[in-house]
Design a protein around this ligand. Structure first.
Ligand code: UD1
Ligand code: MG
Length: 461
């Protein structure tokens, strides 16, 4: 391990006009986390001591997102977009204050792994002053090419537009990730000119200048998919697909069974225990923890955090969810509890062995151990202004098609008769509450009704 402190500079100033969006490009999400969030997460996992993010003018949302993921990050504004070297120099105060390694990353590359960043640093440990991350491109068009000598040593990076015919044939391309271990970094960047086809300050020029200074340059490589840059919705979906594939592999390697892995959607922070079985067509949003031995049956939607709330979903040991269940933020399903088809749970805790097997909404509630919630039960938690809490005691039995108007408490081991609307007064432990119109049977009514209709209208019945 190296003892050189690491500064990672993340370039996030691009607007991403090809995304056709009001959101800045780097705030689009893969696996529920913004592209910038992925770059910051990779930087942290790569043990960055300092993170600097370069944003465009007026990109307050990007700055906010930076603070959310890395409260200690330094944020710099690149007022005009004059090229990648110019963008790095927007972070000049951070570069000048830092003694150690500097790695530059693009914020639109969400599949870069911390292992690759660590490998690049390993190359610096081997004596290089500058290490570029390269990849063999299936189609190199548009990328900078890594020009090497016969021994494979890096001579220069040539942008596509500035390359000669021979250089264009090179398939080893620049990913954009560059690592530096040289006190001359700022001096090198300051010497980069803009005599090129785009008239921009190219960071890639740093290679040739460093070589002329007599510094050692080197190349590390990674698979192309790791450095896939996002410029369009199409590429965003492509990155999502690759990310999901990786995440499913990890989950299965950790001991979960995914019957049809390609139909299970995970989030960047999903935690899944051992011997969990997930049936086909399950979506898992941010903030979900699934403990050991849980079964998630087909067609469930679990979303632990949404834009309005931070709650998380936890499904504890041995619980069964679905098919067709929806778990929303703030849901805590106890061990061995059962949540069945067409059941929605929000901001509610169900204790061990509780059951809500069919057609139910439980919101802003606590359900005690082994309570049984009958089909069609609704906690009426909202009066148009405020949310009210429903407390259901352990062992309680809520009959089918009951409405529990919050705030309300159903005592331990109490029964609620089917079809009841329970409001106002709490139900005492151990008692039965039934609220229904009286039953009114009229023997022979049907025949006399039909007779009346027939004689009035002459219709056959
Ligand atoms: C860049 C590299 C190219 C490499 C390719 C990999 C340069 C000159 N070229 O080209 O060698 O093969 O990436 O995808 O570095 N940015 C700013 N401010 C600017 C300009 C860019 O913040 O003034 C940011 C962008 O938001 C983006 C990144 O830097 O995240 C790269 O810029 P982009 O214009 O996409 O460079 P490429 O032409 O793709
Ligand atoms: Mg690009």
């Amino acid at each position: 391990m190296t003892s050189h402190p690491l500064l990672i500079v993340i370039l996030a100033a691009g607007k991403g006009t090809r995304m056709k969006s009001t959101l800045p490009k780097v705030l689009h999400r893969v696996a529920g986390r913004s592209l910038l969030g992925h770059a910051i997460a990779a930087s942290r996992s790569a043990a960055a001591d300092r993170i600097a993010v370069v944003v465009g003018p007026g990109m307050d949302e990007v700055a906010d997102e930076t603070r959310r993921f890395a409260p200690g990050a330094e944020i710099f504004v690149q007022h005009e977009q004059l090229g990648t070297a110019h963008a790095v120099l927007a972070a000049r105060p951070a570069l000048q204050a830092h003694k150690g390694d500097v790695i530059v990353l693009f914020a639109d590359t969400p599949l870069l792994t911390p292992e690759t960043v660590a490998r690049l640093r390993g190359i610096l440990d081997g004596g290089a002053a500058l290490a570029v991350l390269g990849f063999e491109a299936a189609d190199p068009t548009g990328y900078g090419r890594l020009v090497t000598d016969a021994s494979g040593a890096l001579l220069a990076i040539r942008e596509d537009r500035d390359a000669t015919e021979t250089e264009r044939r090179i398939r080893l391309c620049n990913s954009g990730v560059v690592a530096f271990r040289t006190p001359a970094l700022v001096s090198i960047l300051d010497r980069i000119g803009k005599a090129n086809a785009k008239g921009e300050y190219y960071l890639t020029e740093a290679a040739e200048i460093a070589r002329k200074d007599g510094l050692r340059l080197s190349v590390g490589t990674c698979p192309e998919e790791e450095v896939l840059g996002i410029n369009s919705r199409d590429q965003l979906a492509g990155a999502e697909a690759i990310w999901q594939q990786r995440a499913r592999q990890k989950v299965m390697q950790a001991g979960a069974t995914l019957i049809a892995p390609e139909t299970v959607w995970l989030s960047h922070d999903t935690v899944i225990g051992r011997d969990v079985v997930i049936e086909p067509n399950v979506f898992i949003g941010e903030g979900v923890v699934i403990e050991d031995n849980v079964v998630i049956k087909a067609n469930c939607h679990l979303q632990g955090i949404d834009r309005r709330s931070a709650g998380g979903v936890r499904v504890r040991q041995g619980a069964e969810i679905g098919p067709f269940a929806r778990l929303r933020p703030g849901t805590d399903i106890g061990p061995e509890a059962h949540i069945g088809n067409f059941v929605e749970i929000k901001n509610a805790r169900l204790d061990e062995g509780a059951k809500a097997n069919h057609l139910t909404y439980i919101g802003d509630a606590h359900v005690g151990a082994n309570a049984n919630i009958g089909a069609g039960t609704i906690t009426c938690n909202y009066d148009g202004f405020d949310k009210g809490h429903t407390e259901i005691g352990a062992g309680a039995f809520i009959g089918t098609n009951s409405s529990l108007v919050a705030p309300i408490t159903i005592g331990e081991n109490a029964y609620v008769g089917a079809g009841s609307v329970i409001s106002g007064q709490d139900v005492e432990p151990g008692s039965l509450a039934v609220v229904r119109g009286p039953r009114n049977d009229r023997p022979g009514w049907v025949a006399s009704f039909r007779e009346r209709i027939k004689s009035k209208s002459g219709k056959k019945t």
